[in-house]
Design a protein around this ligand. Sequence first.
Ligand SMILES: *Cc1c(COP(=O)(O)O)cnc(C)c1O
Length: 384
Amino acid sequence: MPHRPIYLDHHATTPVDERVLDTMLPFFREQFGNPSSTVHAYGWEAEAAVKQARETLAATIHAEPEEILFTSGATEANNLAIKGVAEAYLAKGRHLLTVATEHSAVLDPCEYLEKLGFEVTRLPVQPDGLVDVVQLEKAIRPDTILVSVMAANNEIGVIQPLEAIGDICHQKGTLFHTDAAQAIAKLPLDVQAMNIDLLSMTAHKVYGPKGIGALYVRRRNPRVQLAAQLHGGGQERGLRSGTLYVPQIVGFAKAVELGLAKMAADTKRLEQLRDRLWHILQSAGGMHLNGHPTQRLANNLNISIEGVDGQALLLSIQSVVAVSSGSACSSTKIAPSHVLKALGHSDALAYASLRFGLGRFTTAEEIEQVGETVKGAIAALRSA
Ligand SMILES: *Cc1c(COP(=O)(O)O)cnc(C)c1O
């Protein structure tokens, strides 16, 4: 294989863990049945595998298995949560509350609903990326049907105070949805303690396969109503039709199980590596850490660099390290990241930013190499 750069873009996606792949393979080969086939062994095997995966995922967030709906990923889970609630709660109101730094898979469904006549409030964040919960509480109205605040940000890694937000939503009697794509199996999540009513997850950010995710939908206290967005064979209690993608579902559960087992150790190791990288880079001077210094994902380092052109910097380091500047999801649009802009940055500082996303297989040697390379490239660009 040709030389490939060190992969530090784990917020965009992660490699599939070998152990995950191994659990998936039999479900492409002999156990290929359709879990909806109830009259033969092929169907029963597939159904049993899906049942077990559903139990694993539910247990991870302290939910019940029937509260987990499989989707194609977090994008679909967010769309189902937001549009599904909007359609089901028309009689209660037409107001939704979200945050300026959300992923486009939350912001865009909200914008779509706005065009249909719903009203959307997008709360600003504080300079450290955290939502002001007092401001959030004030923004909830009697006609607010949904509050959607992500668990951890995909660009700056900031972890929002889910428990406090859930508490407020519960008291105000409004539903609380969280996009936990970056948080699942990385942070402790408890839908009971945190009063979460809907939660989106995805496998490919935690060493699972792409194309599979899930939406948790609360069935008790309160029972969340949801309007299906995909109609057909009636799978997933009629809320998400389509033949279940068994190998991906099995792999998803295995990935989450591994992530949970390694959570404490991975977090500690990644924090140390991330802090080491930040230490090396800081010595170049003129560096800003984007996002809260401690309320952040262990594997995230997002920085803005004074006195360099972001695009030129990315070009000069790309043979050594694969990172992104701004959000990977919007990297086709040439616009400063909406997340960095929401922190109050100028366009220039938003452009001159790098997002490092460390992963399970990142080594200390790689961090040293990346740190020195980026530092050297910054010095070269500044003196040019
Ligand atoms: C990756 C990501 C998504 C999209 O998830 P897919 O499974 O790729 O659709 C949504 N929200 C956040 C925060 C993400 O990081």
